[in-house]
Design a binder for this molecule. Structure first.
Ligand SMILES: [Zn+2]
Length: 326
C-alpha cells in the first residue's frame, strides 16, 4: 500500500526523522475520518518492515518481509481494532501487546503496532495502553490512529508525537478520486464525505449512498410523524452506528447553520439545502442545539462503551420525532 498524494510532505518528513534515528516510539495519527490516516499508517508500517525500501522509503513489495506482509503473516507487525465494528477495544487486546513488545523482532528490524480507532478503547484498555507507552521497548513503533483525539486520555496524547491529517484541497481530492472511480460522480461522493477523499471512495464501493438518502428521508418522515421511530431504529441498528450518527449530526449542524448564520451548509450542493431548510423552520434553534448535544453524547457512548445501539437509536429517534415544533 502506498501513501496518498496529499501526504507526500508528511511522508518525507517522517522518513527523514527515521534516517536520523529520531523516530518517536509512538505516533498519533489524528484527523478527520476518511483522509487516509490508516493508509498512511499501513504504508509506514510496511516501509519499516521492508528490507529493501525504495528511494522514498516505500516498501519494495517483493522482499521476504514484504511477501509476509502481503500474506498477512509478518510476525513483527500486529494490528489492533475492535473485534466488532462500533464496539470497544478490550483490555485483553491491549495486554497482548506486552508479549509482542517484549519479544525480539523476528527479522531483526522494527516491530510495529497499528491500533485504530484508538479512542474506542474501554477504560481498562486505555490504562493498559498507558503503561505500554510509559515503558517503551526498543525498536517498537506504535502507530495510533484516531479521528477523535479529544476522546483520548490526555496522558495518552501527551506520550505520543502527533501527526495532523487534514482533507486535501478540493481540487486535489477530486483529481485523486477521479483516478480511482471509473467515470462515477466523484463530486457528489466527495460532498457526502465532507471533503474526505478516502471516505468518498468507500462510499462509491458500497450501497452507502442509498443508505445516506434513505436515512435522510427517515429523519424527515419522523419529524412529520409519518414513520415509526422504533422501526427506523431497528434499520439503523444494522448500519455502522458511528457513521450513521456522523451523518445525523452533520444534518443537524447544517440545520443550525441555515437557521442561525449566512454560512453555507456542508450539504448545500447535494440539493439537500431546501429540505434541510424546511426541517430547520420547524424547530427552534435552542431545540436543535440541545438535540445536537444529545447526538454527540450518543456518539461518545457508542464509541467508548458497550452500549446497545438499537436502544440508543430508539431513544434518540423517539426524542427526535417528539421534538416540539413551531
Ligand atoms: Zn520489501
Amino acid at each position: 500500500m502506498s501513501y496518498l498524494p496529499w501526504q507526500a510532505h508528511m511522508w518525507q518528513q517522517l522518513q527523514q526523522r527515521r534516517h536520523a534515528g529520531r523516530l518517536p516510539h509512538a505516533l498519533l495519527l489524528s484527523g478527520p475520518a476518511g483522509t487516509g490516516k490508516l493508509r498512511f499508517a499501513t504504508a509506514f508500517a510496511e516501509s519499516l518492515l521492508c528490507s529493501t525500501p525504495g528511494d522514498d522509503g516505500s516498501a519494495c513489495g517483493h522482499c521476504k518481509a514484504c511477501e509476509l506482509v502481503t500474506a498477512g503473516s509478518h510476525p513483527d507487525w500486529t494490528t489492533i481494532a475492535p473485534e466488532e465494528a462500533g464496539k470497544a477495544i478490550k483490555v485483553d487486546q491491549i495486554r497482548s501487546l506486552a508479549d509482542f513488545t517484549s519479544l525480539h523482532a523476528h527479522y531483526g528490524g522494527s516491530k510495529v503496532v497499528t491500533l485504530q480507532p484508538v479512542e474506542q478503547m474501554n477504560h481498562a484498555a486505555a490504562n493498559s495502553l498507558l503503561k505500554t507507552l510509559e515503558e517503551p521497548s526498543a525498536n517498537t513503533v506504535l502507530l495510533l490512529v484516531t479521528a477523535n483525539p479529544q476522546r483520548l486520555l490526555p496522558t495518552i496524547r501527551s506520550r505520543c508525537q502527533v501527526l495532523h491529517f487534514e482533507c486535501p484541497p478540493r481540487a486535489e481530492a477530486l483529481a485523486w478520486l477521479t483516478t480511482q472511480l471509473a467515470g462515477r460522480d466523484g463530486e457528489r461522493l466527495l460532498e457526502i464525505a465532507a471533503g474526505a477523499p478516502v471516505m468518498a471512495l468507500e462510499l462509491a464501493d458500497s450501497d452507502l449512498l442509498a443508505v445516506f438518502d434513505e436515512n435522510f428521508a427517515s429523519i424527515e418522515a419522523l419529524l412529520g410523524r409519518w414513520q415509526d421511530p422504533l422501526q427506523v431504529a431497528s434499520q439503523w441498528h444494522k448500519q455502522d452506528g458511528l457513521r450513521t450518527l456522523h451523518w445525523f449530526s452533520g444534518w443537524v449542524t447544517d440545520m443550525i447553520r441555515l437557521a442561525s448564520t449566512d454560512a453555507p451548509p456542508h450539504l448545500d450542493y447535494l440539493g439537500l439545502r431546501d429540505r434541510l431548510q424546511a426541517l430547520a423552520k420547524e424547530l427552534e434553534l435552542s431545540t436543535l442545539h440541545r438535540f445536537l448535544e444529545q447526538l454527540n453524547e450518543a456518539r461518545r457512548l457508542l464509541a467508548t462503551s458497550q452500549v446497545n445501539s438499537q436502544l440508543l437509536f430508539e431513544e434518540l429517534l423517539v426524542r427526535w420525532s417528539a421534538l416540539p415544533r413551531r
